[in-house]
Structures are given as C-alpha cells and as structure tokens.
Write a protein that binds this ligand. Structure first.
Ligand SMILES: Cc1cc2nc3c(=O)[nH]c(=O)nc-3n(C[C@H](O)[C@H](O)[C@H](O)COP(=O)(O)O)c2cc1C
Length: 333
C-alpha cells in the first residue's frame, strides 16, 4: 500500500519541538505533525499537503479514496476536514492566526490555510483543544453506563458555530432503538457485498485499523472470506441502543466544501469530548447505504436535511491504543 511503514511514534509529537524561530514555511511544515493525527474513514489518511511560503494547501489523495464504502466521497471530504481542523487549531495555538479558503478543482476540494504571525498571540485560549489532539482516539467499545454531562453537552453545542452544519444530539431511547435497527440492516447489507468486504479487508490487512501484522493479516482473511454482517450488525446495534448520546451532523447542501466543513466540526467536537474525558465513535454504515437515508431522517426527525456523519459519544470503559499513521513525509507534495 506504501513504501512508508505505519507507526504510532507520530503520536509522541511535542509542542516543544515547534520551530519558534523558524521561517513561516518551516512552521507550516511543523504543523503537519498534528494534521496527520486526524481521524479518517478506515484510517485511510486520504490527505496530501503542499506547504508554500505562508500557505498550506490540503488536497485529496485519490489513491486512498474508499471507492466501494464511500462511493459518493462524503467520508473522503469529511476526513480532509478533520485534518484541516487540526491544522487550524495547531496554527492558532502557535500564534499563526490561520485564515482558511475553500476551492474545488474538478470535483475535489482544495483547502488553503494562510498563516500570519500574530503579535497578540493568545495560545491559552486554544491550548485545551490543541492538547486533546494527541489524546483523542475513536472508541469502538462499549461506553460506561453514564450520562454525558450537561457541561459537555453545552460545550459541544457551543463549539457548533458553523451556520451551514447542524449538530443534532439524540438520547431518546426509542429513537436510538429505531436507529439501531437501521444499523443492523445496513451492516448486513454492506457485509453481504464481497467488494465491500474486500476493501475493508485491504485496510485491516495493511494494519491501518491498528492490529499487529499477523492479527491484521488474519483479520483481512476473515473479513474477505466470511459474511460477518449479522454479527457486526447485532454488535453495532447494541452499541447504539446503549449509547449515552448520539450525534448526527446535518447540512442543507451536498457539495465537497460543505462536507469538508462537516469534518472540521466533527473533529472539533471529538476534541471537545476528549478534553472533557469523553470519546466519540463514528458509525457510517447507515450513511453508506443511500436507500437508508430517508429512514434515518424519519427515525431521527431530521426533516429534509442531509445527514452527513453519525457518531456515538460517551465515557470509555478503558483507554484503547492509538491507531498508527504514516509519517508526514508520505503526504508531502
Ligand atoms: C468520515 C469518517 C467515517 C468513519 N466511520 C467509521 C465507522 O463507520 N466505524 C468505525 O469504527 N470508525 C469509523 N471512523 C473512525 C476511523 O476508523 C478512525 O478515525 C481511524 O481508524 C483512526 O483512528 P483514530 O480515530 O482512533 O485516530 C470514521 C472516521 C471518519 C473521519
């Protein structure tokens, strides 16, 4: 999949190594150490970075697009947005007052982050979310049987400042039961598709989802060769039934830039949750089956808006490992 090896060392990145006295281009390059820690679907890390003077251009690397699971590229664009959000937070923390511009080349989003040294630097304001970048991880296990605090819910709502992306929070058990039923059907439908299993198996086999090589290879073989839909569906449905809180990000628009901004908001929310001792877990299967979008809209009372991203929120029972990343060099243009 790449000449570069996946590694967990990238999580040890330290703000002390930031080149405070370096040129703005060197500083821009250093920010990428935090960008690559962003979440992405199947940990595909589909970003490419070009640092040019005082600008960082973030583009899609099509070779890591999940053509089967994410045929409409929604998750691809959301993943790019997650990396953009880490860049924005890290830049603000190091006093580089980021200005973000969005463009589309062909059908792909291109995001440019302009950096400018800020004399009135106020790093403390950004420190909490910045520190959460290296603590955040997606939590796939059961959450503690504990309500997400109102303080955290308030912080999540307060962080949702993008007028074009709405955060809907759900804790009504009946609604979660209905979503859980959809999840079960979506897992069954997807795992029934050999090409979906093969694509997932490739990423598991590469170790992107975090297991050691041998286990990853066995995982790849099992996923490719067995239809695990009903088991996966039952597990995931139970996770949703028991979820302390579920978030759905919705939009009116459906374009690449809006989806990048969904990713920015998702990562900000994941960092807010992390900084309050909670965690998030994206669950994309319902959204990966277009036939189920209307059912989700109905179950969650979303009216006509487009659900873009769904995730559980809660307190982890135990801290899991970080997933590995490729080193920054792999992503430089
Ligand atoms: C757009 C998007 C969709 C995702 N969908 C799922 C999902 O359906 N199930 C899941 O377990 N994780 C999902 N994830 C989480 C990724 O698998 C995770 O971010 C990646 O493995 C890296 O691990 P980390 O988030 O712990 O750093 C998704 C992440 C993103 C950004």
């Amino acid at each position: 999949m790449s000449d570069y090896a996946l590694t967990r060392d990238v999580w040890n990145t330290s703000p002390h190594a930031f080149p405070e006295a370096g040129s703005i281009e060197e500083q821009g390059r250093a920010l990428l150490d935090w960008a690559i820690l962003a979440p992405s679907s199947h940990n595909s890390q589909p970003w490419a970075f070009e640092v040019e003077d005082d600008a960082i251009h973030v583009r899609v690397d099509e070779s890591r697009w999940l053509k089967v699971a994410d045929a409409d590229r929604r998750e691809l664009h959301i993943s790019i947005g997650c990396a953009v959000e880490n860049l924005r937070i890290a830049a603000a923390c190091f006093g580089l007052s980021p200005q973000v511009d969005y463009a589309v080349e062909g059908t792909s989003p291109v995001v440019t982050i302009h950096l400018k040294s800020d004399q009135t630097r106020d790093s403390d304001r950004h420190r909490t979310l910045f520190s959460a970048i290296t603590d955040r991880r997606s939590h796939r296990g059961k959450f503690k049987d504990r309500t997400v605090s109102w303080k955290t819910v308030d912080r999540l709502m307060a962080a949702s400042t993008d007028a074009d992306v709405e955060l809907v929070l759900i804790r009504d058990r009946e609604v979660l039961d209905a979503i859980a039923e959809l999840q079960k059907s979506a897992d069954e439908r997807l795992m029934d598709d050999r090409s979906y299993r093969e694509e997932l198996g490739e990423w598991i086999g590469a170790g992107a989802l975090g297991d050691g090589w041998a286990k990853a290879k066995i995982g790849q073989w099992v996923v490719k060769n067995f239809d695990l839909g009903s088991r996966e569906g039952a597990n995931n449905a139970q996770l949703l039934r028991d979820a302390p809180l579920v978030g759905i990000l919705t939009t009116w628009d459906e374009d690449p830039t809006t989806q990048v901004r969904v990713g920015e908001l998702y990562e900000r929310l994941a960092l807010v949750a992390t900084s309050d001792g909670a965690a998030t877990h994206p669950m994309s299967q319902i959204l990966e089956v277009p036939d189920f979008h209307d059912d989700l809209r109905q179950a969650a009372d979303l009216k006509e808006v487009r659900p873009q991203h769904m995730f559980r929120i809660g307190y982890p029972r135990q801290e899991g490992d970080h997933t590995p990343r490729w080193p920054v060099e792999r992503f430089l243009v």
